[in-house]
Design a protein. Structure first.
Length: 94
């Protein structure tokens, strides 16, 4: 599972680099991951010199629906192994 996270992280960093070079408009991002240190690291990288703004960091699937009912986001970085629900199931419910 860690290999998948590392690959997805690398892909996201490459996308950030592309957006920095091509002046893409600001996007709102929600991070959903039960590993706090990983989520905070991603948040730091996103907010450090990118055209992205992290509007929330959540650690469970059940908090996502209530957050989305009150906030608009463009991108959700979603862990596929959350403690209360599968990320795949959550994605299909959103």
């Amino acid at each position: 599972m860690q290999r998948i996270k590392v690959f997805l992280f690398y892909t996201f960093v490459m996308h950030i680099t592309y957006c920095q070079q091509n002046t893409i408009p600001m996007k709102k991002i929600l991070i959903v991951d039960d590993h706090q240190m990983f989520a905070e690291g991603i948040q730091f990288l996103i907010q450090f010199g990118t055209n992205y703004h992290v509007v929330g960091v959540l650690n469970s699937g059940k908090s996502v629906c209530s957050f989305l009912s009150k906030n608009q986001v463009d991108i959700i970085l979603l862990d596929i192994e959350l403690p209360d629900i599968s990320g795949f199931e959550l994605a299909s419910n959103i």
